[in-house]
Design a protein around this ligand. Sequence first.
Ligand SMILES: NC(=O)C1=CN([C@@H]2O[C@H](COP(=O)(O)OP(=O)(O)OC[C@H]3O[C@@H](n4cnc5c(N)ncnc54)[C@H](O)[C@@H]3O)[C@@H](O)[C@H]2O)C=CC1
Ligand SMILES: NCC(=O)COP(=O)(O)O
Length: 331
Amino acid sequence: MNRLVITPGEPAGIGPDLLVQLAQQPPAGAAPWIVVADPDLLAARARQLGLPLRLREYTADAAAPTAIGELCVLPVAATAPVTAGQLDPANADYVLRTLTRAADGCLRGEFAALVTGPVHKGVINDAGIAFTGHTEFLAARCGNAHPVMLLAADALRVALATTHLPLAEVSRAITPARLERVLRILDHDLRTRFGLAQPRILVCGLNPHAGESGHLGREEIDIIEPTLKRLRAVGLHLTGPLPADTLFTPRHLEHADAVLAMYHDQGLPVLKYAGFGHAVNITLGLPIIRTSVDHGTALDLAGSGRAETGSLRAALDLAADLARRAPVACA
Ligand SMILES: NC(=O)C1=CN([C@@H]2O[C@H](COP(=O)(O)OP(=O)(O)OC[C@H]3O[C@@H](n4cnc5c(N)ncnc54)[C@H](O)[C@@H]3O)[C@@H](O)[C@H]2O)C=CC1
Ligand SMILES: NCC(=O)COP(=O)(O)O
């Protein structure tokens, strides 16, 4: 079984556009893919974009590669009518039903990997559902796995010690236990999923100038350095903590396979500057393979035909590669 499953994400965003647009292109990668979505929504978005679309209903035992202009759809009905560009909390449960169906299919081996389109975290919360992101949602769905967010663009890979956390909570969350868990998962998954025999990981400090010997913060001295020392002793190849402002320069990066940033906006702006439009988000630490686009819902572009499919294609290609390369086993 090498089928990939895709969730378009927020129905008012560009996710449905990207699927309709992708259907017009030669198939991405060798693996067939199935979309979990409302067929009427996809047909309506295709009409709005003025693009031809044939929908074929998915059946578990007959998933041939999809022809140009066609999507293979596992139908899940939207809760409320969808207008491109207009969020509606009534469809928050629809978004989560598509994700749940796709993730559960991966967990039971029906699909080889999950590729997600962008969701709108705010509107799901507006519907009264606590939700910080796919990463945390999928970790919970996979039996409370510890997820590690990694974004990759060309040779640059940036992982995060914390995911969707308000900045005011980050320092408290950088504990020896969390850092050790994240670094072990990162090292393990770079070996098993990316085929790196001895991954070289650069670790950012948390504070300006990595704390300036304790004068600008003590997390480096009290938490990060001792954790790195302990993990080096068991064979992990770790450099740091390094000041984040100079770590992301060629002199350091040419000697690294991945960077561990302490929080979302320490690492991702650099990654997106380097590769927005073709970067891929990968969730490590799960018992399933999950890749995703590097961008959000882009409500301003939904239904316009101006959304670019580069990151979704890259996410599909990487998901197919990862599924071919390695069965998933957690650290
Ligand atoms: N994987 C996911 O589910 C992600 C979801 N989000 C969510 O998306 C929502 C909107 O986030 P923003 O910060 O506004 O980021 P955004 O990525 O949606 O938009 C930022 C800018 O990039 C443009 N853009 C985004 N994707 C594009 C594409 N494929 N082609 C051409 N231009 C594109 C947009 O038009 C906008 O100007 C938020 O609720 C956020 O949480 C954000 C990132 C990832
Ligand atoms: N900036 C990346 C991001 O927010 C992706 O979150 P997730 O929905 O993949 O957890």
